[in-house]
Design a protein around this ligand. Structure first.
Ligand code: CU
Length: 186
C-alpha cells in the first residue's frame, strides 16, 4: 500500500470507530427492556467470532515475523572482542585476556572470501564498545554493540573485495578514536 492509501484506510477506520462510539452514545438515551438471554447469546457469538478472527490473523502473520528461525548457516564465524582500546578479531574463540592481547597486538588481519555469509560474534572484555564495518569506499555496511557479558551475533555479506575498516562507534574512553581494525575481503 502507498502512504496515501494507508492514510485513507486509517481515516476510514477512524470514522468507523467514531460512528460506533456515536451509536453507542445515542443508544444510552433510550430506555428499553433488555432481553438478557438474547444479550448473553449475542455476547457469546461476539466472543467466539472475535477469537476466531484473531486466531486466524495470528496464524497468517506470526510465521512472517522478521526474526530468524534458523535460516542458512554462516560460511564463516568470526569472533570479535573489544577492549580499551583495540579489537581482537579472530577465527578462533577469544576467551582470556592473554589471548586477546596476542590477537589484538600481533594477529594478521582476518581474511574473508568475498560474498560469503559471515557471522560476527561480538563482545567486550571491559566496557561497551561499538563494532562497525566500513567498506573500502567508506560506506558504513553494518554495526552492532560490543557489550561485556553478552555476545551479539551480526551477520553480513561483504561482497566487494578490498580492505574493510572496523571502527568503534561507542565513545568508550580517551583513546576511543584509536580503536580500529581491518578485515580483508578477497
Ligand atoms: Cu570506543
Amino acid at each position: 500500500m502507498s502512504p496515501v492509501q494507508i492514510f485513507y484506510f486509517f481515516s476510514g477506520l477512524a470514522t468507523l470507530i467514531a460512528l460506533v462510539f456515536f451509536l453507542v452514545w445515542r443508544s444510552t438515551k433510550r430506555t428499553r427492556q433488555v432481553d438478557y438471554r438474547a444479550a448473553t447469546q449475542a455476547r457469546k457469538v461476539f466472543f467466539f467470532t472475535l477469537t476466531g478472527i484473531l486466531t486466524a490473523f495470528l496464524g497468517i502473520t506470526l510465521p512472517r515475523m522478521p526474526y530468524p528461525g534458523g535460516g542458512p548457516l554462516p560460511d564463516r564465524v568470526i569472533h570479535v572482542v573489544g577492549k580499551q582500546f583495540a579489537f581482537a578479531i579472530s577465527e578462533t574463540p577469544i576467551e582470556t585476556d592473554k589471548q586477546w592481547e596476542e590477537i589484538a597486538s600481533f594477529a594478521l588481519p582476518v581474511k574473508i572470501p568475498a560474498g560469503s555469509l559471515v557471522e560476527f560474534r561480538v563482545t567486550s572484555f571491559d566496557v561497551n564498545h561499538g563494532f562497525s564495518i566500513y567498506a573500502p569506499d567508506g560506506r558504513l555496511i553494518t554495526q552492532t554493540q560490543a557489550m561485556p557479558g553478552y555476545v551479539n551475533r551480526l551477520r553480513a555479506r561483504l561482497n566487494e573485495p578490498g580492505r574493510y575498516t572496523v571502527l568503534c562507534l561507542e565513545f568508550c574512553g580517551p583513546a576511543h578514536h584509536r580503536m580500529r581494525g581491518v578485515l580483508l575481503v578477497e
